[in-house]
Ligand binder design. Structure first.
Ligand SMILES: [Zn+2]
Length: 201
């Protein structure tokens, strides 16, 4: 195990828990190290993990070291196979993101410049039973060109080029979801300005 990556993974889990972005055993977080992936174990509280609890799996999901990997290991691996530039995946159940996902309400990321910059378009992925191949297939079809997603009646998913970027996106996603409840139907930043923020012509 690469100590810096597994330490970083435990650190992100602790931060997610302390920032109330995940609760009890909910969520699963992983980081890629070449042809292996370090992932959180099944059924454990994300605020109480230690380095020795992290499970190492190969790209087919076989555990190489540690206990039982998360039941959602399948979609983490599908994302890494599809998007080689993605090196970290964060899935958890932040309260406001999950509220939107339960209501089936579309995520609005054009309320502030950070939402535009960090998140872009955030689709609401239809419901799939946790831990199933159906959920892996559903998510895979949306992950090709999105870095942040809501999962209907379930939670949220972000990815990034490293753990910090994936964590930043999750923190920003929950901030924007909370904002959406606070501001009601306030208008989003006009399209022209959003293009300017993104440096588009
Ligand atoms: Zn979940």
């Amino acid at each position: 195990m690469a100590p810096d990556l597994t330490e970083g993974l435990v650190d992100v889990c602790t931060r997610l828990y302390q920032r109330r972005l995940t609760f009890s055993t909910g969520g699963n977080i992983s980081v890629r190290d070449g042809d292996r992936v370090y992932i959180t174990p099944s059924g454990r509280n994300k605020g109480m993990l230690k380095r020795g609890d992290i499970v190492t799996v190969d790209m087919d999901g076989r555990a190489l070291q540690g206990g039982k990997p998360s039941i959602e290991t399948g979609f983490h691996l599908a994302i890494y196979k599809m998007r080689p530039e993605v090196q970290a995946v964060v899935h958890c159940h932040p309260q406001y993101c999950t509220a939107l996902a339960v209501m089936g309400a579309p995520m609005r990321t054009g309320l502030t410049p950070e939402g535009v910059l960090l998140l872009g378009d955030v689709p609401l992925v239809p419901y799939g039973t946790p831990g199933t191949k159906d959920l892996v297939r559903l998510l895979a079809s949306y992950c090709v060109d999105h870095d942040a997603l809501l999962m209907a009646r379930h939670g949220a998913l972000t990815m990034g080029k490293d753990l910090e970027e994936a964590f930043n996106r999750m923190e920003e996603l929950e901030f924007q979801a909370h904002m959406q409840f606070l501001v009601g139907d306030a208008e989003e930043i006009p399209l022209e300005e959003r293009r300017r923020i993104l440096g588009l012509p």
